[in-house]
Design a protein around this ligand. Structure first.
Ligand code: KG4
Ligand code: ZN
Length: 338
């Protein structure tokens, strides 16, 4: 079964083709126009998707060496994300579905991220814990079986990706902040500045990052311009380190609570090399915990993960009606498609 995946939930216009669960092409266009605004501008994102989607899908099929008439079904993100951005991909998928007389299925973007780890590791054993770290979410889910998710931990304010993005803005770095902080941190000392993460008494397994961002802001403001320039790599390294430590700390608590020791880390922040190397050390030190990350290209937004998640539904006869609506606030456990 040849499936065309389409993703347009935020600022990536992406297409992918999978052939019976194997990715044969994966094309991602990141909208650079937002960089000068320091974040994604929703209206501009929708317009960019609208002007690029057709050529991105053409390119995706070309790379897979197939034509439109070869596609058997379409998988498309219908939430969560920006309303206008989602509508571009979803409407395009519906149009193609009618024109080619083939079915389509709506895929939850968060479930797509989760399935990214299956692309390289199809034999994921159940149950496992999924640490989902994106620009909008920081959550630890227990995946008991496909589609059966229990939430153990979430952020009470900012997401980890958002903390990277806001921290980068404070330090005068570009958007998206994660890769910029990571680059800057390479030559910095992660122990130079001591930041701490607040514990939430009422929900000790949850994350909180907004106080950390404020602490960085105060530290930066109290420095002279020269000091800021000289220490930006140390600030980036110390800030990155505390975000990652917080992720590991809560993960360890959930492992203790559930006894589940298989972990999959997914989402844009999973592309962070320091994060991946810290996990490797943990894997070596603690023989029982098994942490896996998707290959880099499947961590940040892409359509390969949407095609794979869609394949799991389509092969079980799950399709969506043309009445399927985009849902900007879809949660991972919002269940099957209406
Ligand atoms: O999963 P994703 O591409 O989109 C969402 O669904 O949100 O995640 C984007 C987030 C951004 O906040 C970005 O700064 C962060 O992932 N990110 C990173 C890295 N690459 C992307 N954070 C830390 N290190 C990275 N290398
Ligand atoms: Zn995403």
């Amino acid at each position: 079964m040849l499936i065309l995946g389409i993703e347009s939930s935020c600022d990536e216009t992406a297409g992918a083709v999978c052939n019976n669960g194997t990715i044969v092409s994966n094309v991602v266009l990141s909208q650079e126009v937002h960089h000068k605004f320091g974040g994604v501008v929703p209206e501009i994102a929708s317009r960019e998707h609208d002007s690029q989607i057709s050529s991105i899908i053409d390119k995706t099929l070309e790379k897979a060496s197939i034509t439109y008439s070869d596609i058997n079904a379409i998988a498309v993100t219908y939430g969560a994300g920006l309303m206008g951005a989602l509508l571009v991909g979803l409407s395009y998928a519906k149009g193609l579905s009618i024109a080619l007389n083939i079915p389509f299925v709506g895929v939850n973007h968060l479930e797509g991220h989760l399935y990214a780890s299956f692309i390289s590791n199809p034999e994921n054993k159940y149950p496992y814990l999924c640490l989902l770290v994106t620009g909008g979410h920081t959550q630890i889910w227990e995946v008991q079986s496909p589609g059966d998710y229990i939430l153990h931990s979430t952020t009470v304010d900012d997401a980890a990706g958002e903390a990277f993005d806001k921290g980068a803005r404070i330090l005068g770095l570009a958007y998206p902040g994660g890769p910029e902080i990571e680059k800057m941190a390479v030559n910095g000392d992660p122990k130079r500045y001591q930041f701490s993460i607040p514990k939430i008494k009422s929900s000790p397994l949850d994350f909180s990052f907004s106080g950390l961002k404020t602490a960085l802001l105060y530290k930066y403001r109290e420095m002279s311009q020269n000091e800021q320039k000289e220490n930006v790599h140390h600030l980036a390294a110390s800030y990155q380190e505390i975000i990652l430590k917080s992720l590991f700390a809560q993960l360890n608590h959930v492992i203790e609570k559930t006894g589940v020791e298989q972990v999959s880390v997914v989402g844009g922040v999973a592309a962070n090399k320091r994060f991946r190397s810290m996990a490797e050390t943990l894997n070596n030190d603690t023989l029982t915990i098994d942490i896996v990350f998707p290959p880099m290209e499947y961590c940040t937004d892409n359509a390969a993960m949407i095609a794979i998640a869609g394949y799991e539904k389509l092969k079980n006869g799950i399709y969506s009606p043309l009445t399927l609506k985009a849902n900007p606030n879809l949660a991972l456990n919002d269940g099957e498609i209406a």
